[in-house]
Design a protein around this ligand. Structure first.
Ligand code: NAD
Length: 293
């Protein structure tokens, strides 16, 4: 419980943001919340969060802002739409902790512009899914200054079991795109491995048990396949559309840096080309899609 009750405003109360807001409220922060959806605001209110009718109300009252928004464009438009309000908040350094999976260039640009107004911006994307958000056990990868991280640490530690400072602004986004490129690849490689087992007359469940006791395992094979793919549940809470975005951003980063990644090219084309699956489908369906086709 913080000594003086700190006010944290959470913008975006979706699969991740709602859990994070609930965690902050449970841990004693005065937690305000805003989402475009009235249904999400109501769910947040039921979870002990104080819903706000506008982002401006939330920004005006908060010392820390936690973003959990779909894309870098959403993050940019929320910040740009409230720069005047933030400019007026003198005498208090507001820190934005952006947990969205966003773009390094956008984070760097926003951090620079907010710094000029005396405020801080940390790119702080997360891993751990809705369950990690709701239990305060996320892994967070952070880009930004040591000073802003020190200020934000109590809020970050309430949400994350592991908080890794990767480097300056944008570094957290780069690390997250690397991570999700690997997770996207593992979803395909694990599924292809099980498809091979099946084609060769081995029970895929038995093959998966072997992989998870041997060197082929990943978190995708250890957690996602048993929990969401083999069980046919497909309700991990992370959408195809958001994973497609991450793979697209990883490819964009490879193109802009000149990194030659032949397997990543193939992964990107498989995620973009799996048109049987809608953006609204759970991303774990990609494992089953590949096993059956
Ligand atoms: P989501 O689609 O469930 O939630 C996003 C929420 O943001 C929605 O409720 C939407 O109404 C709201 N929103 C959109 N624009 C807004 C705006 N301008 N103002 C206020 N609210 C707005 O998405 P999610 O799964 O919670 O993911 C959020 C972010 O976290 C994404 O960047 C995603 O890539 C990342 N992420 C998701 C997971 C996961 O497992 N779901 C894991 C790690 C990271």
């Amino acid at each position: 419980m913080p000594e003086v009750q700190t006010t944290v405003g959470v913008i975006g109360l979706g699969s991740m943001g709602l859990g994070m807001a609930q965690t902050l409220a449970t841990k004693g922060f005065r937690t305000l919340g805003f989402d475009l959806s009235a249904d999400r605001r109501k769910l947040a209110e039921d979870a002990g969060v104080l819903p706000q009718s506008t982002i401006a109300d939330l920004v005006a009252a908060s010392a820390f802002l936690v973003f959990s928004l779909p894309t870098a464009q959403d993050v940019r438009s929320v910040v740009e739409g409230h720069l005047d309000l933030l400019k007026g908040k003198t005498g208090q350094r507001v820190i934005i902790i952006d947990t969205s999976t966003s773009e390094p260039d956008v984070s760097r640009d926003l951090a620079k512009r907010l710094e000029a107004l005396g405020h801080g911006f940390l790119d702080a994307p997360v891993s751990g899914g809705p369950a990690g958000a709701a239990s305060g056990k996320l892994t967070m990868m952070i880009g930004g200054s040591e000073e802003d991280l020190a200020l934000a640490r109590p809020v970050i530690e309430a949400m994350a079991a592991k908080a890794l400072h990767v480097g300056p602004s944008g570094a957290g986004n780069v690390a997250k795109l690397v991570n999700n490129l690997l997770a996207a690849a593992h979803m395909i490689t694990t599924s292809e491995g099980l498809k091979l087992a099946l084609a060769a007359g081995i029970d895929p469940e038995a093959a998966l048990r072997v992989v998870n006791a041997a060197s082929g395992k990943s978190m995708i094979s250890e957690v996602h396949f048993p929990t969401w793919v083999m069980s046919d549940r497909f309700d991990s809470g992370f959408s195809m559309g958001l994973m497609r975005k991450d793979v697209r951003l990883a490819k964009k980063l490879a193109d802009s840096t000149g990194a030659q990644l032949p397997l990543a090219e193939q992964v990107a084309s498989l995620w973009a080309g799996s048109t049987e699956l809608a953006d609204s489908d759970d991303f774990t369906r990609m494992g089953a899609f590949k096993a059956k086709n």
